[in-house]
Design a protein around this ligand. Structure first.
Ligand code: ADP
Length: 401
């Protein structure tokens, strides 16, 4: 596998895992599709197969009797390499690619295979809807078309499932959200009120230095409120659906974003490594890319490790024909393993003593990436953190017909 294919495969797997469907219980909606596919094509075997890292896992299957098989023998692994075509193997025993395959030579004795790739929004092909027989056969044009239709139906079910999960999570969030916002707004207001009362006393007693120090503290509390309200606004903006697509000049966005961190960079405390490979400019709403980069970069700076002598933040941006990959890497404090699952939820903070923040930045990032049908993965240890993001071209954000 070449480097570009490896990157694409890593993001394809991230998209598949993000669907939260692997190893879940059987569901009628998928069982209906496999039943219909077997009926229409007249085969004893049919499956909705999802191609994972080293296995294909069946969300629904008829006639196989197993929940998964190794990927290296999977016909579906071949089928997803050509996402726009239905892979048809009329007689596997006569086909050089499959004649030695263990599923052909041994159980279940596959001879015929037809698999229609399932391509989700964002452009990744996560698996196939396939029919299998243990004798050679051919399909009519009408049967092949039906297989395509059923595969699109399977994609629609997969995406509906995910949307329902997101809505349930959001409902859950909403209750906590109102409480947290009220609390986070009230706390600086109450503190400021107390400080203002102190200032009145300070002035009465002629303690002007003390009064001035308390004014400084009030300004600090107002800054906190200001950050919170702008991040709440950013969070709301991330939910807007009708942001205009533009051709992205990443180099320029990076310049502007780094500008806000010049103090740390110029002081030599943190060096910045830039690695921008622009070849196929991404088309997407600019504000989303700006916000993703801004939040990831400011975290990479904020959560640096003061004990490390050489601190760095690396930003890589590589444009591919189908999308762009962004990586933000630092050798900072790292994110504890237990926290990594929660990191994209609202108000989660794991280094509160180290830097100021609201716990909204990564939730904003996640919302933008979801809106772009992209994926985000995190690798973190006490050596530092790496966020890897895949952003598909806007044309790929529509599920293929
Ligand atoms: P905030 O920075 O306002 O606290 P975020 O949502 O941006 O909120 O991040 C949530 C938490 O994740 C942070 O409080 C911090 O504990 C952790 N975090 C995020 N990025 C990094 C990073 N690059 N290195 C270490 N910890 C990080």
């Amino acid at each position: 596998m070449d480097q570009a294919s490896k990157i694409e495969e890593a993001h394809r797997l991230a998209a598949l895992h993000g669907l939260d469907i692997l190893d879940t219980e059987a569901e009628q909606a998928f069982d209906d599709l496999t039943a219909l596919a077997a009926e229409i094509c007249g085969t004893p075997i049919s499956a909705v197969s999802l191609v994972d890292h080293s296995r294909q896992w069946f969300k629904s299957e008829i006639g196989l009797g197993v929940s998964e098989t190794p990927r290296d023998v999977a016909f579906c692994h071949h089928a997803i390499q050509t996402p726009d075509e239905v892979l048809i193997v009329e007689d596997a025993a006569e086909d050089d690619r499959f004649r030695e395959n263990a599923l052909v030579t041994g159980d279940p004795g596959i001879r015929f295979y037809a698999g229609a790739p399932m391509r989700i929004s964002g452009g990744h092909t996560v698996g196939t809807l396939c029919v299998i027989d243990n004798k050679p056969r051919a399909l009519t044009t009408a049967q092949i078309n039906s297989l395509r239709i059923l595969s699109r139906q399977a994609v629609a079910n997969i995406e509906l499932r995910k949307t329902n999960q997101r809505l349930a999570a959001r409902n859950n969030e909403l209750g906590q959200f109102a409480y947290r916002v009220a609390h986070d707004v009230r706390s600086p207001l109450n503190t400021s009120k107390l400080l203002a009362e102190c200032i009145v006393e300070d002035i009465d007693l002629g303690e002007y230095e003390e009064a001035s120090a308390n004014v400084g503290k009030i300004i600090g509390q107002m800054d906190k409120l200001n950050t919170l309200t702008s991040e709440l606004l950013d969070l709301t903006k991330a939910d807007l659906a009708d942001l205009k697509n533009e051709t992205i000049d990443f180099e320029q966005i990076l310049r502007e974003t780094l500008h806000s961190q010049t103090k740390l960079i110029e002081s030599g405390e943190i060096s910045v490594i830039e690695n921008v490979r622009a070849a196929f400019p991404l088309v997407a709403p600019r504000v989303r890319i700006e916000q993703v980069l801004q939040n990831l970069l400011s975290n990479a700076f904020k959560y640096h490790d003061p004990k490390r002598s050489h601190r760095f933040v690396e930003v890589s941006w590589t444009e591919h024909p189908k999308g762009a990959e962004l990586q933000v890497t630092d050798n900072g404090l790292g994110i504890p393993t237990f926290a990594q699952e929660k990191i994209f939820q609202l108000f989660q903070r794991f280094h509160p003593g180290h830097a100021n923040g609201t716990g909204l930045g990564l939730a904003i990032v996640k919302k933008h990436i979801d809106a772009l049908n992209g994926t985000i993965t995190l690798n973190s240890s006490n050596a530092g953190s790496q966020f890897k993001i895949w952003l598909p071209q806007s044309s790929a954000t529509q599920a293929s017909p």
